[in-house]
Write a protein that binds this ligand. Structure first.
Ligand SMILES: Nc1ncnc2c1ncn2[C@@H]1O[C@H](COP(=O)(O)OP(=O)(O)OP(=O)(O)O)[C@@H](O)[C@H]1O
Length: 594
């Protein structure tokens, strides 16, 4: 099975189902074997209560039919009451244990899933709908937990009851019992049909639910654009189409599952008629040693078998749905991270050395190559700038340096050490990054800054905030959270938080991607002097559109459609009169208004 539902027939238990159940059992349930055995014993007790109840009822009926002693009847009644009191206690204890086990299993499963998710490459998150990830971590795991905690315990109890009571009935009247189970093939046929349809529809429903959740997230996050473009109705329709698809698919799942009960009821009607007719014949015929009490008890026994059998069949329908959910959750592990530490990767490297791109080729998709044979050298301890038109690959170079993606060809070296020989954590730990897409959490500004260095002292956080010109805002807002994704902040305020983070982190390599683009000229000037202090002695790579802001860089690289077309210092590039000079003149003209 995969996330894309296939139209082909779904087997009752596919290899994937078996693998997934094994995974769940071995990873999360087996360790509770002791407790599970206890549950089984409790469930057996419940089953035995039914068997004893039947035996007592038969005795009681005989007392009545044969006008026995009143005392015997009272004894039977007391024992029956006690039996069901025991069953009551056990029906509390067994699910109490299984619910705790299943909640623990789901907690651990989520912990492992989150751990695995964190290890995946950025590329996975760029191609996967966030709704799909939410489903795995929230709804699908939750449903599996409820199913395992309550459903499995209930099903075990029902199965034991069916087996114990059936055993008793076989012992009492094998001929009648065997003739009663002629309905079994019909029930199996229905089950097969249900399994097939439920799996198909549940797969499609999960797909639709993922799309719907994703749609909600997109709409809510993009509400500013939605409102300005007056697209509320369009968005409403889009979400309603999603929810309508879910309605139709869930109808299909649940109506199919609902087919199970009538088929069991139909079978039970057939069996009851058979028992009354066949049993009655046995009582009337002198060939059989069967009395009325025996047949009434047998009939009661059949009722007691069919009742849990109905629930078992319902459980079976739920199991098919949950197997689909388990497969979806489990297939997160099919995703592997390709950016991993090599054997013997280094934890330390020359963070002050030159950073060199040698013959680098890279593409996001095979049919759109971005870099081919790109060579660049960023001098250690100096400020380098990358400029170029939009989409020329500037941000991608920064992403390759911090190994968010791996180069497809060529190499990147840090002080002569190839990037693949470095531990990913050590490499990324050497960077302070002010990215274009600043991530702000719904916490106070203070906590947002501290996020990059939780060990920092209060004094250090204040210093970083002062350097980034955001301290006054912290004083004004106090502990107030800044809204989801920092919605209550201006673009410039967000950028200053990002700069404060870079100050606080104080790593040896600094990547600034349009770090000051959202600031007004006066604030930018003030921050620039603090940034100059920050970059001193550090290898700094600045990406900027505003060329005046990087004019004093030690080296400027000019990119055009993924190719390095010029490099040098500001004055040299102007003298070359190439692309840089043209861009610079154009911007100057724009600012001067000429
Ligand atoms: N995650 C991604 N998946 C696929 N393609 C991408 C991705 N990120 C960027 N691209 C493409 O790669 C090219 C280079 O993008 P990049 O962001 O590096 O350009 P840039 O020079 O930084 O642009 P800008 O100045 O607009 O920020 C663009 O054509 C872009 O569409």
């Amino acid at each position: 099975m995969s996330d894309t539902p296939s139209k082909k027939r779904q087997p009752l238990y596919s290899e994937a189902d078996k693998r997934n159940m094994r995974w769940f059992w071995q990873g999360y349930l087996r360790k509770h074997s002791g407790k599970l055995v206890l549950v089984l014993v409790l469930i057996l007790v419940q089953g035995l209560v039914y068997q004893q109840f039947l035996a007592m009822t038969e005795d009681g009926l005989r007392v009545i039919f044969e006008s026995g002693a009143m005392r015997d009847l009272i004894e039977v009644c007391v024992v029956v009451f006690l039996l069901f009191a025991v069953r009551g206690v056990v029906s509390f204890l067994a699910p109490m244990i299984t619910v705790k086990i299943s909640n623990q299993a789901i907690y651990e499963m989520r912990r492992d899933l989150i751990g695995h998710l964190m290890s995946l490459d950025l590329a996975y998150f760029e191609r996967t709908k966030s709704g799909e990830i939410l489903q795995k971590l929230v709804t699908q795991t939750q449903q599996i937990g409820v199913f395992v905690g309550l459903g499995v315990a209930g099903a075990l109890r029902d199965a034991v009851t069916v087996v114990v009571v059936s055993g008793y009935l076989i012992w009492k009247n094998p001929i009648l019992f065997v003739s009663a189970i002629v309905v079994l093939p019909f029930i199996i046929m229905v089950m097969n049909f249900v399994s097939d349809r439920v799996k198909q529809a549940q797969g499609e429903a999960e797909e639709a639910l993922g799309g719907y959740m994703n749609g909600i997230e997109e709409t809510v996050n993009g509400m500013r654009t939605v409102k300005i473009a007056r697209q509320e109705e369009v968005e409403k329709d889009r979400l309603m189409r999603g929810t309508d698809a879910i309605r139709r698919l869930m109808n299909r799942v649940q109506v199919t599952q609902a087919l199970i009960l009538p088929s069991i009821d139909l079978s039970s009607a057939f069996v009851y008629v058979l028992v009354i007719g066949g049993g009655g014949y046995m009582v009337l015929s002198p060939d059989y040693d069967v009395d009325g009490a025996g047949i009434i008890t047998f009939l009661l026994g059949m009722v007691m078998v069919f009742d849990p059998a109905r629930l078992l069949a319902q459980f079976f329908g739920g199991l098919q749905s949950n197997l689909v959910l388990l497969d979806r959750v489990r297939n997160l592990y099919d995703q592997e991270s390709s950016i991993r530490d090599a054997e013997g990767a280094k934890t330390a490297f020359d963070t002050g050395g030159d950073i060199v791109l040698k013959n680098v080729s890279f593409s996001y998709s095979p049919d759109h190559p971005l870099f081919e044979g790109l060579n660049m050298a960023f001098e250690g301890g100096k400020v380098s700038a990358i400029v170029g038109s939009t989409g020329s690959g500037k941000t991608t170079i920064l992403s390759l340096l911090s190994r968010l993606y791996d180069v497809k060809g060529g190499d990147i070296t840090f002080g002569g050490t190839p990037i693949r020989d470095l531990q990913v954590a050590a490499l990324r730990g050497a960077f302070s990054v002010v990215a274009q897409d600043i991530v702000i959490f719904n916490a106070s500004i203070w906590d947002n800054i501290r996020y990059v260095n939780p060990e920092a002292s209060d004094a250090q956080v204040w210093q970083a905030a002062e350097d980034a010109e955001i301290a006054d805002l912290i004083r004004a807002r106090g502990e107030t959270p800044v809204g989801p994704k920092g919605a209550q902040l201006s673009g410039g305020q967000k950028q200053r938080i990002a700069i404060a983070r870079a100050f606080l982190r104080d790593a040896p390599i600094l990547l600034l991607d349009e770090a000051t683009s959202a600031l007004d000229q006066a604030t930018e000037e003030r921050i620039k002097s603090a940034l100059a202090r920050l970059t001193k002695g550090k290898t700094t790579i600045v990406v900027a559109h505003r060329l005046s802001s990087i004019a004093d860089a030690d080296r400027i690289f000019v990119l055009e459609s993924g190719q390095l077309v010029e490099q040098g210092q500001h004055a040299e590039l102007l003298a070359e009169n190439g692309l840089y000079a043209r861009l610079y003149q154009a911007q100057k003209k724009g600012y001067d208004g000429r």
